[in-house]
Design a binder for this molecule. Sequence first.
Ligand code: ZN
Length: 467
Amino acid sequence: MPKKSGVKTIGELKRFGYEPVSIRAEMRRNLISMIQNKKELFPGIIGYDDTVIPQIANAIISGQDIIFLGERGQAKSRIMRLMVNLLDEKIPVIKGCEINDNPFAPMCRQCRDKVAAQGDAVEIAWLSRQDRYGEKLATPDIVMTDLIGDIDPIKVAEGRYLSDELTIHYGLIPRTNRGIFCINELPDLTDRIQVGLFNLMEEKDIQIRGYRVRLPLDIILFASANPEDYTSRGRIITPLKDRYGSQIRTHYPKTIEDEIRIMKMEHRQFPNDGPDTYVPRYMAEIIAEVTHLARKSININQSSGVSLRVSIANYETLLSNAVRRAVILGERLAVPRISDLPYIHASTIGKIELENFDSVKESRVIDGLIRQAVLNIFNRYYQPNKLKEIVADFNGGLTVEVSDEMTARLYLQNTARISGMADAVKEINSPENPEAFASAVEFILEGLHLNKRLNKTEIESKMVYLR
Ligand SMILES: [Zn+2]
């Protein structure tokens, strides 16, 4: 396409040969072209390639509105925001219009008057795709005015006709005309607003205070909801449910690998202002496993779900405790250890709902998840029977202290000479690096303990492994 940015009036736009298309046609056209050019449709969305994304593509090709059903933290809002990538970079609108009127077919009275008076000289503006996206978290206190609109009592008092659109104060949805509007947690809208939404989508009119105004908006609507809320009787009015062309079920990552990819990509990162960091593969796996176990736990409310944010925040906490230790001890490299894991309570506890709320139990549930996760991951790397040599040294009276505040050098001093330890460490980490060595030693000792080969006891805030 030739350069459009210089086009400033309706007349120039006509000469330029611009042909407006509906938002659905625009998104369909761009999606098809992205597929043809093998472009990633939703960059950064992991684990949905064979499930959610093909269904979204079908819905867009069909020009359907979509409702996403899924538990918390399944990237629903994120996907909705990424839909902006399917829009044209810029579209022309009549300058100053509240509802982004199409220059060739204005709807609002103000623009129609302007075109009648100035014709081709009416100025246009170019609206970027980021400005064509609106979203709202549904809550029961949202009123008609917020979302759809209201009649302006001042303008009514000025003696205008009520059927005249000039008396309308436009809500969020009309202001997103020719764009994408998303409603998060749709079932939390009151019935009245749901009816208003349905009228707008289906009848193309708005009914306010008993008056009915035709408003053929060009909008695509997306919404999200928790599956349980959505299906429970009476939460969504049936006509509105029918109106959404596609209902797409989202899900949590199906594999530990996907969970880890997301954690690594999404955790908050900073310019390198502290020690270097290194997260051994098994530590990342333990964090992902904690979340996966939580999603199957009978003690945790599964209808609200266990968000990806649990994994992401736990990964951040784990890394931060290692960084904090490295700074305190003056170590060069921050490597998370098993003894850092208790700190993830803080980043887990507010994000899960227990079946029966009890704060003491909550902490026990999380400890249980951590222990099980370490055991599962350890047993993927090692067969405890093959670590007999290490256990044998403990049979001879050896004890080993570990702590998240102990230097890596001390681990080397205390454990490097344990029979078989260096070889066992070599299987998962570079034994030359003291910080990584310390982390591997703890993983091995804790794994043996959880497999009932070693005992563990707490002495003065240090954990001691012994027989
Ligand atoms: Zn207008």
